[in-house]
Design a protein around this ligand. Structure first.
Ligand code: ZN
Length: 205
């Protein structure tokens, strides 16, 4: 039975690596897959899904007005042995698009694997994640760790100076900010590194 899966995590947990591995597993067995990524994520070039450890694959790019159901229904007629749909950056999906992916599962009987970040730098759910947490058949957490060794579930945004930022748009495009995955406690404390951390060269003699 086909299902809608939501693989969620904090940032830098290896979601994209997991997606590419899953697609590879299907293709190794002679089955075809369709890969999608968000228009917003252009770090590695348009129409490409790339993981931090060097794997990559071509992918279709979806924008806000993209209709997953229509596109996949058409592709299913021409791609032999199409067995799985994989969607990266699923936190950016709209409510309508999540509904379309539900229809791909229920009407076209294709499994859909979505991969996304659960919450933003202010600890709020992303819209796509909000809908997927409500509608997915299977919720699977991909885990990563905080500097304290506990599971990291939150994403802190930092500016170019390494300072913790709590204001701003949910999605910053082409900014200088970066993200660090933290446990809830250290996210709420704004503590981005261990307490006794000494930066080399900055200690007083
Ligand atoms: Zn922690």
């Amino acid at each position: 039975m086909a299902k809608l899966y939501f693989y969620y995590s904090a940032m830098n947990a290896g979601k994209t690596t997991t997606l590419l591995q899953s697609s590879y597993n299907y293709r190794e067995r002679g089955m075809n897959t369709l890969l999608f990524t968000a228009d917003l994520d252009d770090r590695f070039g348009h129409g490409k899904i790339a993981s931090r450890i060097g794997l990559s694959s071509d992918a279709y790019v979806y924008k806000k007005d993209f209709n997953f159901f229509e596109f996949i229904e058409t592709k299913k007629k021409v791609i032999p042995n199409l067995k799985c749909v994989l969607v990266d950056e699923a936190q950016f999906l709209s409510k309508e698009q999540v509904r379309q992916l539900c229809d791909v599962v229920d009407a076209l009987k294709l499994p859909v694997l979505t991969y996304g970040i659960r919450s933003d730098f202010q600890g709020e759910l992303f819209p796509g994640s909000y809908c997927l947490l409500a509608l997915a058949d299977e919720l699977i957490e991909i885990k990563t760790i905080c500097h304290c060794g506990r599971k990291a579930t939150m994403n802190a945004r930092m500016n170019a100076k390494g300072e913790f930022i709590t204001e701003g748009a949910q999605v910053e495009i082409a900014g200088n900010e970066r993200y660090i995955s933290l446990c809830r406690e250290h996210f709420h404390k704004g503590q981005v590194q261990p307490e006794n951390h000494c930066v080399v060269g900055m200690q007083v003699a």
